[in-house]
Design a protein around this ligand. Structure first.
Ligand SMILES: [Fe+2]
Ligand SMILES: [Fe+2]
Length: 347
C-alpha cells in the first residue's frame, strides 16, 4: 500500500469560531469548483421519497411484466442464450438482475459514505472539501434508500456483490483516511461502471419499467457531480505525491479499476446457479468473449483520460492496463459516447 498522507495534514487545525474566513489555504480553481459543486448540491438535489411516488400505480411491480426483460444494452440482455430463453424466464432473470444491480449500487454507496466520513474527519476547519464530501454523502444516503425501495419491490432475493466484497465492505472505508488516493480511485472504480451502465440504458430509451427509469434518471443527474469531484480530486492530488508514490499509484489504478469492475459488474455465483445459466454465457460476457471485452474497455474510457492528464499512464502502467483488458482509446471529454466494438452492449 502507498503511504499517502492527506495534503492538509501538515497544517495546524484551526479551531474556534474566529475562522469564519476561509483562509489562504483554500483558494484557486480547485476550491472554486468545489464551492460550485456544493452550491449545485443545494440547488439541485433529489429526495428518495418526495421525488418518487412509490405508491403510484404505474410503479407497481407485476411479476409477468415484459418491461423487466433486459434491454439490449445489458450484457446478458443482448446475449443469444438470453434472447432464445422462454419469455417468463427472461422476465424473471430481468427482475432479479435489475434488482441485483441496485443492491450492488447501494452496497457500494454504503462503503463510499463510510469512507467519506473517515476522510472528512481528517480535514482542517474551513476546508471546502468537508462541505462537499458531506453533501455527496447525503446524496448517497438518498440513493441507498431509493435503491433499497426498488430492491424491496422488484426482487427481495437480490444478494448484491459477491461474498468476498460483502465481507470486506466494513473495512474498506478505513483506507480513506490513511490512503485517500487509493480510496478515491476506488470511488471512481465503482461510480464509473454504474454510471456508464445507467446512461447507456437511458440513452437506449427502450421499454423500461418506470421505477427503473425514474431511479436511474435521478441517479445519473447526481452522479455527474460525484464523478466530477473524484476526477478533480485525483487530478489535483497526484502531482503532489512523491515520485515513488506516483509510480505505485500508476500501477495500483488499473488494478483497482479491474478488481472493482469485476466485483460490481459480474453477478454473484448465486445468480448463475439460480437460473442455471451455462458457464459459456458467463465467460462470453465476463470477459473472455469479444462482447465482454468491448464492454470492459469502454467502461474506463473516462478513467484513461484522467490517468493521461494526471501523468499516470506511463509505458509500464499501460502494460498493466493492457494485461487487465481495460486498455483502449481515452475519452476526449467526460462521458464521450463510445464508438468501439462494444457499443451495442454498452452497459
Ligand atoms: Fe449514488
Ligand atoms: Fe455517487
Amino acid at each position: 500500500m502507498v503511504a499517502v498522507s492527506p495534503d492538509h495534514a501538515q497544517g495546524p487545525t484551526r479551531e474556534g469560531p474566529s475562522s469564519n474566513d476561509e483562509g489562504d489555504a483554500f483558494v484557486g480553481e480547485y476550491y472554486d469548483n468545489l464551492r460550485l459543486l456544493s452550491e449545485g448540491s443545494v440547488n439541485r438535489h433529489f429526495d428518495a421519497y418526495t421525488d418518487i411516488d412509490w405508491q403510484s400505480p404505474e410503479f407497481a411491480v407485476i411479476e409477468d411484466d415484459e418491461r423487466w426483460i433486459l434491454p439490449a444494452t445489458d450484457p446478458l440482455g443482448g446475449h443469444p442464450w438470453y434472447l432464445a430463453a422462454p419469455r417468463d424466464l427472461q422476465i424473471e432473470i430481468g427482475r432479479y438482475r435489475q434488482a441485483n444491480v441496485a443492491k450492488v449500487g447501494l452496497q457500494f454507496e454504503g462503503i463510499l459514505v463510510g469512507g467519506f466520513m473517515n476522510y472528512a474527519t481528517s480535514l482542517t476547519n474551513g476546508d471546502p472539501e468537508y462541505r462537499y464530501c458531506l453533501h455527496e454523502s447525503a446524496e448517497e444516503c438518498n440513493h441507498m434508500m431509493m435503491f433499497q425501495e426498488m430492491v424491496n419491490r422488484v426482487d427481495r432475493r437480490a444478494a448484491g456483490m459477491n461474498r468476498v466484497l460483502r465481507f470486506l465492505a466494513p473495512f474498506i472505508p478505513l483506507a480513506a483516511k490513511g490512503f485517500p488516493t487509493l480510496f478515491f480511485i476506488g470511488v471512481l472504480a465503482g461510480e464509473e461502471p454504474i454510471d456508464h451502465t445507467q446512461k447507456a440504458v437511458l440513452r437506449e430509451g427502450g421499454n423500461l419499467h418506470p421505477i427503473m427509469r425514474r431511479v436511474m434518471q435521478i441517479h445519473v443527474a447526481e452522479e455527474a457531480r460525484h464523478i466530477s469531484f473524484a476526477h478533480q480530486w485525483i487530478e489535483r492530488r497526484v502531482p503532489r505525491l512523491g515520485r515513488a508514490q506516483r509510480f505505485l499509484v500508476s500501477l495500483a489504478l488499473p488494478i483497482i479499476m479491474r478488481v472493482l469492475a469485476d466485483a460490481i459488474m459480474i453477478p454473484p455465483k448465486s445468480f448463475w446457479e439460480r437460473f442455471d445459466i451455462p458457464e459459456q454465457v458467463r465467460k462470453d460476457l465476463f470477459w473472455t468473449g469479444s462482447r465482454g471485452r468491448g464492454l470492459l474497455t469502454e467502461v474506463f474510457a473516462d478513467v484513461r483520460m484522467l490517468a493521461d492528464r494526471a501523468g499516470l499512464r506511463t509505458p509500464l502502467a499501460k502494460l498493466v492496463w493492457r494485461a487487465l483488458l481495460i486498455d483502449g482509446r481515452s475519452s476526449r471529454f467526460r462521458s464521450e459516447p463510445q464508438r468501439g466494438p462494444g457499443q451495442h452492449i454498452a452497459a
